[in-house]
Ligand binder design. Structure first.
Ligand code: HEC
Length: 426
């Protein structure tokens, strides 16, 4: 017989646990998550493993005649932890002390209108990531803080409905490439001018052009081909929660991936807090709301309370005369827009002694098939999940092998979404 003790202890601990909300106005999920099965997955540090490497004879799995049809996890069953620990050893220069793998608890449910997702994971740091890049005045110029620069953390789901060749077997590794030549590396150069150039240059995340992994060249497609692919829905949908920028407003950024990672149309909720004409930030904090006009080095260590510039809430126009020496200001500010991203409604985000809890819902069908995929019963979807933990950016994240998801108990998958009360198959 199962003991009721753990449940009782859990209930007793509940009122004592003081989870720190990570949003400005916190709302809580309407779903009773106790009714939804928890699926655990190990996410691992992928090192420098790229699509090109995996789909070449340097990867032993590539020799298998059925390599393309087989999922990573078919050959590497339960190897995530071992792979991550091995790969992280080769990256200790860039990520000293980083752990190799992370355990994720995932719950998926749906009702007639929404898909509900809940994720919980234990991060490596002993504080929540409430800061993203900061600006500081150095040698008379406002520029990004270089040393001990903070970075927010993120939870991302990249997913496909079977429209992208190889996605069901290789998941997010399809989008993982070595930096392309001629594109400035992220963070290159200390001056913001360079930074702006790098932002405009696009990312190294893209789907490979070839329809076959064998000898595939990660060459981007021509524009007409791209438009055709987009029209046919051959792109990945990408949802991304970011702890210290848009997440503060309760938004999960909604984007899509084809030859680059695009945000859905509409005004972005995260904007650069820098005016290139004046060479100065646009906003500082409003001391009447925030108690001070800027952040300082201590905030880097403590990461307590709201440290994000939220336009119209805690912002005041930048005024150099009112700033203390050594002032730090966020490089980005967030503003609530009638944004694309409001399609994904964030319900809950909190941090409790290292454990992040995130729950959000998204319409099964957003009505925009140019940049969103819709979810139906009967189909199998492939989710690939990434977590940027411990202030790591870029490849310093943990990734999952492909996870299959179905909304219908009759259609088998790794995760069968739980139908909530009254839900009929959509
Ligand atoms: C057909 C089977 C097969 C498939 C599918 C497969 N692999 Fe492999 N892979 C292997 C074998 C065999 C090795 C070498 C032995 C080992 O490390 O397990 C290997 C090695 C690796 C290594 C290097 C490990 C080391 O010891 O150096 C990585 C990383 C890796 N695979 C990742 C992946 C990823 C990611 C995918 C999915 C995109 C994938 N593999 C798909 C069979 C496969």
């Amino acid at each position: 017989m199962k003991s009721a003790l753990p449940v009782l202890l859990g209930l007793l601990a509940w009122p004592l646990a003081q989870a720190e909300p990570l949003t400005l106005t916190d709302t809580w999920s309407e779903v009773n998550w106790n009714d939804v099965p928890v699926v655990s997955r190990t996410l691992f540090f992928p090192g420098k493993v790229s699509f090109e490497w995996l789909n070449s004879s340097r990867h032993p799995g590539f020799q298998d005649p059925f390599f393309e049809q087989r999922r990573c996890n078919a050959c590497h069953k339960d190897e995530e932890y071992g792979l991550g620990n091995m790969l992280v050893k080769g990256s200790q220069d860039s990520y000293p002390g980083k752990m190799g793998a992370l355990r994720l608890q995932l719950q998926i449910a749906h009702d007639n209108n929404f898909l509900h997702v809940r994720a919980r994971w234990q991060g490596q740091a002993n504080k929540p990531a409430r800061l993203h890049s900061l600006l500081t005045l150095e040698n008379g110029q406002w520029q990004p803080l270089q040393f001990n620069a903070p970075a927010e953390e993120a939870f991302s789901i990249m997913w496909d409905d079977g429209s992208i060749p190889l996605f069901s077997s290789q998941g997010c590794f399809l989008s993982c490439h070595l930096p392309q030549e001629g594109k400035p590396a992220k963070g290159q150069g200390p001056v913001l001018k360079n930074y702006l150039a790098a932002v405009g240059a696009g990312s190294d995340k893209f789907l490979p052009a070839s329809h076959s992994g064998r000898g595939a060249r990660a060459k981007p497609l021509k524009e007409t081909e791209l438009m055709q692919q987009q029209a046919q829905g051959q792109f990945a949908d990408v949802w991304q929660w970011r702890s210290a920028t848009s997440g503060v407003l309760g938004i999960v950024d909604d984007g899509w991936l084809l030859d680059s990672h695009y945000q859905d149309p509409g005004e972005p909720s995260v904007k650069l807090n820098f005016n290139p004409r004046t060479g100065e930030p646009i906003w500082m904090f409003n001391p009447e709301v925030q108690g001070r006009s800027a952040l300082n080095k201590l905030d880097l260590l403590k990461q307590q309370g709201l440290l994000t510039l939220v336009e119209g809430h805690n912002t005041a126009p930048f005024d150099a005369a009112k700033l203390p020496k050594g002032a730090l200001l966020p490089q980005y500010y967030v503003s609530r827009q009638q944004a694309h991203s409001s399609e994904i409604q964030r319900i809950e985000a909190s941090w409790d002694k290292g454990i992040y809890t995130l729950a959000f819902k998204r319409p099964l069908d957003t009505g925009d098939n140019k940049t969103d995929k819709s979810l139906q019963a009967g189909k199998v979807y492939t989710f690939a999940i990434a977590i940027h933990d411990d202030n790591a950016e870029g490849r310093g994240h943990f990734v999952s092998f492909p996870i299959s998801v179905s909304l219908n108990p009759k259609v088998d998958a790794d995760i069968i979404s739980r139908e909530l009360n009254g839900a009929q198959n959509p």
